[in-house]
Ligand binder design. Structure first.
Ligand code: 8YV
Length: 329
């Protein structure tokens, strides 16, 4: 039997499925350190990760490892150049999380726009004495302009929901999406600068790469409307969190919603001191049904990529398909 490591706690029934094909080493405890991950991968043929960094050093110390299946659509935790050099396949879990993640983008955006978290904290702190005409005035969502940066599958799901809110949708992306998608979403492609200037609510849904580190920093925040909100459901590092704190304090934008952070789960402590920001712990895909679908898809990818099960040799979601069929280097 081939050996695999499941690097994180996941649904026990998914572990049972994996045990039908593999000898499973399951870390059902704390996040593994780089040293511990390296040590436990040394004799493994495959691994199931969820955001755990896998780079050249880990691969070099795991000469049998042929597949790493990430339980996430984002795979910036994989050093793909190192994967390709070693002929190690990476897989991810796209699509199954699109709608849950888009729902959550709306939840954060609306909470930021209408000051839901901020006012709730104030109420819980016993500060509500009277109704006031000017208490917690927010920004309208209905009829406003939504700016989506990153018009992939989740961005499109997010934009699709804007129709019910009678919003204008503008977007920026590496490349324009197909005309029929633009027509369906009634979305207009604009430059990043124009989007920042025009949008009432900016939502970030782009994958993290070295090129888009700090896509939103001090200069970009300065271009936004003082009434605008910024929501990040993409990855930490796409927003310069320190610059965001400064912009919120200075009133350069109205509010923000963050589900992802630079250096998470250790966030910039200044974020906790700013009232007009909604902070959630990387849960945009966290519904029971979606997390189950992600875990099962990650397992399916691993089973298929290691030549087992009904789709042996044909994993559905390879991120570097160029290494398929090549011997481990
Ligand atoms: C994951 C995510 O739960 O899919 C992604 O890219 O950000 C989340 O849905 C998280 O990354 C853990 O792997």
């Amino acid at each position: 039997m081939q050996k695999i490591l499941v690097a994180r706690p996941i649904f026990p029934d998914v572990i049972e499925r994996l045990k039908q094909y593999f000898e499973v080493d399951w870390n059902n405890g704390d996040v593994l350190s780089a040293e511990e991950l390296t040590r436990r991968l040394a004799d493994k043929d495959g691994a199931l990760t969820a955001g755990d960094p896998v780079g050249a050093a880990v691969l070099a110390a795991a000469p049998r490892l042929r597949v790493v299946s990430n339980m996430a659509v984002g795979y910036n935790n994989f050093d793909i150049a190192a994967f390709n050099a070693a002929n190690v396949l990476g897989t991810n879990t796209p699509d199954v999380l699109n709608e849950s993640t888009a729902d959550f983008g709306w939840a954060l955006m609306m909470a930021a726009a209408r000051r839901v978290a901020e006012s709730e904290h104030w109420l819980r702190a016993g500060q509500w004495q009277k109704w006031a005409y000017d208490a917690f005035l927010g920004s309208d969502v209905y009829g406003s302009t939504l700016g989506v940066i990153g018009m992939g599958r989740i961005g499109q799901a997010l934009a699709r929901r804007a129709r019910g809110f009678n919003m204008q949708v503008i977007y920026h992306n590496r490349s324009r999406v197909a005309p029929e998608i633009e027509a369906e979403l009634n979305a207009q492609y604009v430059s990043k600068a124009e989007l920042l200037k025009r949008a009432d609510h900016v939502v970030l849904v782009l994958p993290y790469t070295r090129d888009n580190h700090h896509t939103i920093g001090a200069a970009e925040l300065a271009q936004m409307k003082p009434t605008a909100t910024l929501t990040n459901i993409a990855r930490g590092g796409i927003v310069d969190d320190a610059a965001l704190v400064d912009a919120l304090r200075a009133g350069q934008i109205a509010a923000a919603g963050l589900d992802v952070y630079e250096g998470e789960p250790n966030l910039n402590p200044a974020l906790l001191t700013v009232p007009n920001i909604v902070l959630t712990p990387h849960i945009a895909s966290a519904t029971e049904a979606t997390r189950r679908a992600m875990a099962n898809l990650a397992a399916d990818n691993l089973i298929a990529a290691l030549g087992e099960g009904p789709n042996a040799g044909r994993p559905a979601n390879p991120v570097n398909p160029e290494v398929l069929g090549k011997a481990r280097a």
